[in-house]
Design a protein around this ligand. Structure first.
Ligand SMILES: Cc1cc2nc3c(=O)[nH]c(=O)nc-3n(C[C@H](O)[C@H](O)[C@H](O)COP(=O)(O)O)c2cc1C
Length: 356
């Protein structure tokens, strides 16, 4: 049976399908619960939230499902050069963006930029909530944190963009590894080398990792229907993590215009850019990604860049505004998207998998 794998046995799931967690406030309680109630693993991206918010979100998820779900965090929550980013540096970056601020009639942000939640505090919410699964990107939590997860019976899942990262994850005692290829939507979560030097495609990455590690391998990047699931399994994966195809469903937390974009011809053209957050990520090309293509090294470090650019896309206080100046995250598989509801996506994968 295609749905009886090392990964489903580890967690007692009916389906080896993980809904990719979404940071940037586009996860939703409904989507997490629908996927978990279907027998897969629903996920919630907690990267932008403070401890009390993560606890409140988890209570909402538990009202809608009593099955396993996954909470996700970013281990490295700040780039190394954040502390050197002073007022002068902010002025230099905002100079680059001045024409856009003038165009939308918004004042550029002033120094100091607002704070963001820290991993050190967010992890306390994971210990308090005790989800069945804690997944993470941009590094590996300390041995103490992993030990505490084991004691609390929280299974851990780390993300690898290269074989070296997968081996490091397994050697730390993590329970499963996501093999995430550069086809994937959202951030390139590399932690051993620069993301730009760690761009391996999903279908090259899966078999390399499957050959070298014993823990379950979850394939991510470019998988949007049963063909991708089947191909991943043939290459040695024990589960798939689907992002863009779930993001495009009505239940996700993104905006209507983002969903429309994912189903439009524009989604044929994605790019890797640092312009939206300061870290390399894949989204649909627009004016901002193209006009600032040659300025990737003149941006603010993560998480500060997002606080500068965020003002452009979010003004006026309406998330549907200024589509040419905001991020529309998307993986390379968007042109094959078909389904507008999460349940429909899952049911069609199940139906098509049994036909192979
Ligand atoms: C908008 C968006 C936000 C994402 N945020 C996160 C995140 O916070 N943490 C994480 O582990 N993965 C994140 N991802 C990656 C997805 O969970 C998933 O691995 C990826 O989308 C799979 O590739 P696909 O988009 O080709 O299906 C994000 C992806 C997207 C599209």
């Amino acid at each position: 049976m295609w749905n009886d794998t090392k990964f489903t046995r580890l967690l007692g799931l009916d389906l080896p399908i993980v809904q990719g967690p979404f940071g940037g406030r586009v996860s939703s309680v409904d989507l997490t619960a629908i996927v978990s109630n279907s027998g897969g693993l629903g996920s919630y991206g907690c990267q932008p939230f403070y401890t009390n918010e993560i606890i409140a979100i988890s209570e909402e998820i538990r009202k809608k499902t009593n099955r396993a779900f996954n909470l996700n965090l970013w281990v490295k929550d700040k780039d190394d050069d954040v502390n050197d980013f002073n007022e002068l540096a902010l002025q230099e970056v905002t100079r680059l963006f001045l024409p856009y601020f003038e165009e939308v009639g918004v004042e550029p942000p002033l120094f100091p930029l607002p704070e963001s939640p820290s991993f050190e505090h967010q992890i306390e919410a994971i210990f308090a909530v005790k989800p069945a699964v804690f997944s993470f990107v941009y590094g590996i939590p300390s041995a103490d944190i992993l030990e505490k997860c084991r004691r609390l019976n929280i299974k851990t899942v780390g993300a690898a963009t290269t074989l070296d990262e997968a081996i490091a994850i397994e050697n730390s005692g993590v329970d499963a590894v996501v093999a995430t290829g550069f086809d994937a939507g959202g951030h390139r979560v590399s932690f051993l080398n620069k993301a730009e030097d760690s761009l391996v495609g999903t279908f090259s990455l899966i078999p390399q990792i499957a050959d070298q590690v014993k823990i379950p391998v979850i394939a991510a990047g470019g998988i949007a229907d049963a063909r991708g699931v089947k191909a991943s399994f043939v290459l040695g994966a024990d589960a798939v993590q689907i992002g863009t195809a779930f993001l495009a469903t009505q239940e996700s937390g993104t905006s209507q215009i983002h969903r429309q974009k994912l189903f439009s011809i524009d989604a044929r053209y994605t790019t890797l850019t640092k312009v939206f957050t300061g870290r390399l990520s894949r989204g649909i090309k627009n004016r901002l990604t193209e006009e600032l293509k040659d300025y990737q090294e003149n941006l603010a470090p993560y998480p500060l860049q997002g606080k500068i650019v965020g003002k452009l896309g979010a003004y006026p206080a309406n998330t549907e505004s200024n589509p040419e100046l905001k991020s529309f995250w998307s993986g390379q598989a968007a042109p094959i998207l078909k389904y507008h509801y999460a349940q429909e996506l899952i049911e069609n994968i199940i139906k098509d998998m049994s036909a192979f």
